[in-house]
Design a protein around this ligand. Structure first.
Ligand code: GDP
Length: 317
C-alpha cells in the first residue's frame, strides 16, 4: 500500500499521476481538512473535493477546483438575493456539499461521508480526511486573524502574514485508519503541497508526526518550492511567516524528524547536495506538472525513489 499526504491543488495533480500507476486498492490518500468552510449553511471541504473530483475524472482542468463544465446559476441567484458570493460554488459541486452536510447532520462522521461520496462517484482508492474533528487554519495578519478561505479566496492572499495557527488541533484525533495507513504502508509520499497550510495541519493532529517517524516505510516528499518560489499559491510567504526558509531547506525543516527522501527540481540540485551532507537523500528531477504526462512522470519518480529504498532496506536486513 502507498499512502499519500496531501492538500488540494499540487497534491491533486500528483495523486492523479499515482492513480494511473497503481491499482486503486493500493492507494490511500490522507487529506487536509483545516481549510474546510461553512458556506451558505453547507459543509465545504475544498481539498477533499479536489482529490475526489480528480480521482472521479471530473475536476475542472482549467480552474483546478470544482467540477469540469459546471454552471453557476445558484451562485448568480445568491448574488441577486444579496447573499455572500465571494466563494464560488458551481451547481454540480453544490450537490456534493448538500450530500456531505446531510450525511453529517444524520450523524455520519466526515470520514464516512467522504467514503460514501467517493463510492457513489466510482472511486476505488481510499480517501481519508486527516481527522473527523474540527481543526481550523487561522491566518494572523495586520487586519487581525482570518479564516483560510477569507485570506485565500476573499482577500486573494494580499495580506502580509504574521503567523499561522490551527484551532482545535490539540484536541483532534486522526481519522480511523489513518495512522495504520502510515505505519503499514510500503511507502509514504508527501505530495507537492503547501507545507504550512496543507501538510502542516495534518502534522498538527496528534499522532501523525509520531507515526511518520515510527513507520518502517520510506517517507518521500516532492518539493512544492523551486528555487525561492512556490510553483503556485502563497506557500513561500506562509513559510517565511512561520520562520521557514522559502526553499527546499525550509521544506526539509517543515518535515524534520521523519523525512527520508526529497525530490527537488533539477535547478535545486546544488542546494540538494548540501542537504545530503545532513543525511537526507535528495534527488533532482523535473517536478513541474503542466501536462498529464508530467503528472505521470513526477509520480513515477517519487514511487521509484521510495521503492528503491524499500528494496535496499530489505537487503540490509
Ligand atoms: P491547496 O490546498 O489548494 O493549497 O493545494 P496544495 O497544498 O496541494 O497545493 C499547493 C502547492 O502545490 C503550492 O505550494 C505549489 O507550489 C505546489 N505545486 C503546484 N503545482 C505544482 C507542480 O506542478 N509541481 C510542484 N513540484 N509543486 C506544485
Amino acid at each position: 500500500m502507498i499512502t499519500v499526504l496531501t492538500g488540494g491543488t499540487g497534491g491533486a495533480k500528483f495523486v492523479d499521476g499515482l492513480s494511473r500507476l497503481l491499482p486503486a486498492e493500493e492507494l490511500t490518500i490522507i487529506v487536509n481538512t483545516a481549510d474546510d468552510y461553512r458556506w451558505w449553511g453547507l459543509q465545504v471541504s475544498p481539498d477533499l473535493d479536489s482529490i475526489t473530483y480528480m480521482l472521479a475524472g471530473i475536476l475542472s482542468s482549467a480552474r483546478g477546483w470544482g467540477v469540469e463544465g459546471d454552471t453557476f446559476h445558484c451562485l448568480q441567484t445568491m448574488q441577486k438575493l444579496e447573499q455572500p458570493a465571494w466563494f464560488s460554488v458551481g451547481d454540480r459541486d453544490l450537490a456534493t456539499h448538500l450530500v456531505r452536510t446531510r450525511l453529517l447532520a444524520e450523524g455520519h462522521r466526515l470520514s464516512q461521508a467522504t467514503e460514501i461520496i467517493a463510492g457513489k462517484l466510482g472511486i476505488g482508492a481510499r480517501i481519508l480526511p486527516m481527522t473527523d474533528d474540527s481543526v481550523e487554519t487561522r491566518i494572523k495578519t495586520a487586519e487581525g486573524e482570518l479564516g483560510f478561505q477569507e485570506y485565500f479566496v476573499r482577500r486573494s492572499c494580499r495580506d502580509q502574514v504574521h503567523g499561522v495557527r490551527f484551532v482545535g488541533d490539540s484536541r483532534s484525533r486522526p481519522a480511523p485508519g489513518a495512522l495504520e495507513a502510515i505505519t503499514a504502508a510500503e511507502a509514504v509520499l508527501l505530495a507537492p503541497s503547501n507545507p504550512v497550510t496543507s501538510i502542516g495541519p495534518i502534522l498538527s493532529v496528534p499522532g501523525f508526526s509520531d507515526a511518520l517517524a515510527r513507520t518502517s516505510a520510506p517517507v518521500v516528499a516532492v518539493s512544492p518550492i523551486i528555487g525561492r518560489t512556490a510553483v503556485s499559491g502563497p506557500a513561500a510567504n506562509l513559510m517565511a511567516a512561520q520562520g521557514l526558509e522559502p526553499s527546499i531547506v525550509g521544506v526539509v525543516d517543515a518535515y524534520r524528524g521523519f523525512l527520508d527522501m526529497l525530490l527537488v527540481h533539477e535547478s535545486d540540485a546544488h542546494a540538494g547536495r548540501k542537504l545530503e551532507r545532513e543525511g537526507l537523500e535528495v534527488h533532482a528531477a523535473d517536478i513541474l506538472m503542466r501536462t498529464n504526462q508530467d503528472r505521470l512522470r513526477v509520480a513515477r519518480s517519487a514511487l521509484a525513489l521510495a521503492r528503491r529504498n524499500v528494496v535496499s532496506t530489505a537487503e540490509v536486513e
